[in-house]
Write a protein that binds this ligand. Structure first.
Ligand SMILES: CC(=O)SCCNC(=O)CCNC(=O)[C@H](O)C(C)(C)COP(=O)(O)OP(=O)(O)OC[C@H]1O[C@@H](n2cnc3c(N)ncnc32)[C@H](O)[C@@H]1OP(=O)(O)O
Length: 128
């Protein structure tokens, strides 16, 4: 799993209990999943279709640095299924896990379209 994105938990990210607001974390994850999918499928027109159970394992506090990891689990015909882990960057303590995030590739008409991909590709390999 690649942990591409780091976030610094700031006052505006907190819930009234003083820990990271879950909705804020989900927004960061959704954006990360979308960016990962755009890069993998080489198409900016993708949507989040389905998110499985979300396990909030521990609560980050203000000042924590967290990192968001995404991994491709399955390439479907029009879909790409991802998994997600979030952990504390310094302590590696687990913060959240999601088994399945299903992203769907769209055509110009806005309907699901085959993406033609079967495996993870690395941008550096596309450049040579
Ligand atoms: C990044 C963002 O924030 S996007 C904003 C939030 N997302 C949205 O607004 C999306 C709203 N939903 C939609 O527009 C539609 O549901 C669509 C276009 C995504 C899909 O329409 P559908 O009629 O379900 O399409 P369809 O039945 O062809 O399924 C498309 C793919 O999704 C998969 N899929 C559909 N429903 C589910 C589900 N409940 N769970 C898992 N996978 C699913 C299908 O298996 C298929 O994958 P495959 O082609 O690899 O086999």
């Amino acid at each position: 799993m690649n942990f591409h994105t780091r976030k610094w938990v700031k006052p505006e990210d907190l819930n009234p209990n003083g820990s990271l607001f879950g909705g804020r974390l989900l927004a960061w994850i959704d954006e990360e999943a979308a960016l990962y999918t755009v890069v993998q499928l080489e198409n900016p027109h993708i949507v989040t279709k389905f998110i499985s159970e979300i396990n909030f394992i521990s609560a980050p506090k203000q000042g924590d640095i967290i990192e968001i990891g995404i991994e491709a689990v399955e390439f479907g015909r029009t879909s790409l299924t991802l998994s997600c882990e979030v952990r504390n960057k310094q302590t590696r303590k687990q913060i959240l896990s999601i088994d399945k995030i299903v992203m769907v590739n769209l055509g110009e008409d806005g309907n699901p379209a085959p993406h033609g991909k079967t495996k993870i590709e690395y941008v550096k390999d596309r450049l040579v």
